[in-house]
Design a protein around this ligand. Structure first.
Ligand SMILES: Cc1cc2nc3c(=O)[nH]c(=O)nc-3n(C[C@H](O)[C@H](O)[C@H](O)COP(=O)(O)O)c2cc1C
Length: 191
């Protein structure tokens, strides 16, 4: 693997008032920082002032958001499940970019009710295929998520989630390194 650090953007997709997504996202960001293979940029969509609809000329906030996507070599999307899919806030953010996603790997952390948000992940795989991104197989999923975390924002039983995070991050690093080398040696065909 290259000595250059891999940049990982972790995107917290829920902006709902009273959301649980920041607990899950911040815990995962700690796992990613501790993993050692990445430099982590935690992008919490609640902090990004995207315009409510697409503008002909992107706003400075959109440009800044796209610059953070462009700097990433890999992504992890932290998503809840809303009505068997992912939230509109996340789709709106994904749609702000295009070339920034291309030829880069994407992993997922989902949470929700009885199936832990996996339907949101499966829908997102279709979206990222259209964006020429490579979704990886491994993901983390928290069933009945609020019951799985303590008041400090950590899983009550840390072993399973911690080991799943490491496996996912190991494979994400492999893909990120391989795809960065490929992009460097031969620019991806974007148009
Ligand atoms: C509009 C809405 C729809 C939901 N639909 C589902 C669903 O289809 N399946 C599920 O497992 N949980 C569903 N839930 C429960 C959420 O996954 C759970 O509340 C989660 O904490 C939401 O993420 P957030 O708190 O970060 O916004 C829904 C919640 C909301 C607000």
């Amino acid at each position: 693997m290259s000595d250059r650090p891999l940049n990982l953007a972790i995107i917290i997709g829920s902006t709902r008032e009273g959301r649980f997504g920041d607990t899950v996202g911040r815990w995962f960001a700690k796992q990613a920082a501790a993993h050692g293979g990445f430099s982590v940029d935690l992008i919490d969509l609640i902090d990004i002032q995207l315009p409510p609809s697409h503008r002909a000329k992107p706003t400075p906030e959109v440009d800044a958001f796209r610059a953070r996507l462009a700097a990433a070599d890999a992504f992890v999307i932290v998503t809840p499940e809303y009505n068997h899919s992912y939230p509109a806030s996340l789709k709106h953010a994904i749609d702000q970019g295009y070339v920034e996603w291309m030829a880069k790997p994407v992993g997922f952390v989902s949470y929700g009710g009885t199936v832990g948000g996996v339907r949101a992940i499966e829908h997102l795989r279709h979206v990222f295929a259209e964006l020429h991104a490579a979704t990886i197989r491994d993901y983390l999923c928290f069933i009945n998520a609020r019951r799985q975390f303590n008041a400090d924002g950590n899983p009550i039983d840390p072993e399973g989630p911690g080991s799943a995070a490491k496996t996912m991050l190991d494979r994400l690093a492999w893909w990120a390194d391989a795809l960065r080398a490929a992009r460097d040696s031969r620019p991806y065909i974007k148009r």
